[in-house]
Design a protein around this ligand. Structure first.
Ligand code: ACO
Length: 329
């Protein structure tokens, strides 16, 4: 007997940001105390960012992941024991070992035999994680997945480097993905090109009981900008082509929230009205792997995204990695 085609659908979303909101003005004052000059005007004009949230030193990335996951599980209204796959996309795990996914599995008291692993694809991490979870469900390896993007990226920021420290913020977003006979994730494309490793990196490593090399983020902003604008258009068209769809059929574009100028450029190239793009970068800054699920959850909760809407998510990040997915919500 042939099996019916199986899809995966998002049945619940959740998110969180830490309570400590830092406006551009406050950040500029903090940097001024270190002799670094910046301004609300510069940050807003160049990036679209007005504020971001920073975790306190006693908060772990898994704490943010836990809250976002609880919210997603509550929205999905399912027994958490039915979760048989956990993927956490992050570049800022609590520890080198064990994985964030295992820590989260335990904190949530999920089944103690489910599959759990982390996904390191920087800002594209959530697109990667969702795609792999979808493939695990379609391949009938599991039925219900918790897919999380969580970051405390502020721990990687050098507050003496004004070209990076004003860009990022902390947060987490999560979705519950479940097997369904109805299409959910329609198409997805993932790419990487390791020849660009040095334009955006944290080269430090743990060795001999110490951190060797620089453990702060370093970025060639202009190189990343040019690459991002180019890759995001290409990958969006690729995902549309794979889904046999046109951009006009997309109800909501959720780009990785790095810089409003990059996001608007993609939107214009796809000839999508700017009102069809979700924007949280103004309030969250760049939260790396958390930015897409954070924006998704916000729009689901305020009613902009409704059942039946077609969503495109896409991102580019360190690696470089890039990818896009089209989702029927
Ligand atoms: N405040 C004031 N001036 C600043 C600041 C600041 N915070 N930062 C840089 N400047 C200065 C520079 O020193 C430079 O001065 P100069 O002309 O005297 O040398 C001037 O502003 C212009 O700097 P640029 O780097 O040319 O500014 P640009 O317009 O390119 O904007 C930015 C910089 C915002 C970083 C932009 O390049 C960008 O957004 N790049 C992409 C970042 C991104 O998308 N990252 C995504 C991936 S993140 C991940 O994967 C973890």
């Amino acid at each position: 007997m042939t099996q019916r085609p199986l899809y995966s659908r998002i049945i619940g979303t959740g998110s969180t940001v830490p309570p400590n909101c830092v406006t551009n003005q406050e950040l500029a004052e903090r940097l001024a105390a270190r002799g670094i000059e910046t301004s609300d005007e510069w940050i807003t004009a160049r990036t679209g960012i007005r504020q971001r949230y920073f975790a306190t030193p006693d908060t772990m990335t898994s704490d943010l992941a836990l809250t976002a996951s609880k919210n997603a599980l509550c929205a999905a209204n399912i027994d958490p024991q039915s979760i048989d796959l956990v993927i956490v996309a992050t570049s800022t795990p609590d520890s080198v070992l064990p994985s964030m996914a295992c820590l989260l599995q335990h904190k949530l008291r999920l089944r103690n035999d489910c599959t759990a692993f982390d996904m390191q694809a920087a800002c594209t991490g959530f697109v990667y994680a969702l795609t792999i979870a979808d493939q695990c469900i379609r391949g009938r390896m599991c039925r219900t997945a918790l897919v999380v993007g969580a970051e405390i990226i502020s721990r990687l920021l050098d507050f003496d480097d004004r070209s990076t420290c004003v860009l990022f913020g902390d947060g987490a977003g999560a979705v519950v993905l479940q097997a369904s006979e109805q299409a959910g994730l329609i198409s997805s494309v993932l790419h990487a090109d390791g020849s660009h490793t040095d334009i955006l990196c944290v080269p430090g490593r743990v060795s001999g009981g110490a951190i060797c090399g620089q453990a702060f983020m370093s970025m060639d902003g202009q190189a990343v900008f040019k690459l991002a604008v180019n890759l995001l258009e290409k990958v969006a068209l690729e995902a549309l082509d794979k889904a046999h769809m046109r951009a006009a059929q997309i109800d909501w574009l959720i780009p990785h929230q790095a810089n409003i100028r990059i996001m608007q450029s993609t939107c214009r190239k796809l000839e999508l009205p700017l009102e069809h793009m979700l924007v949280t970068v103004d309030r969250h800054g760049n939260t790396s792997a958390a930015s897409i699920p954070l924006a998704l959850d916000e729009a689901v909760r305020d009613g902009r995204i409704a059942r039946g809407h077609t969503i495109m998510i896409e991102g580019v990040g360190s690696g470089v990695t890039w990818g896009a997915a089209i989702i029927r919500f």
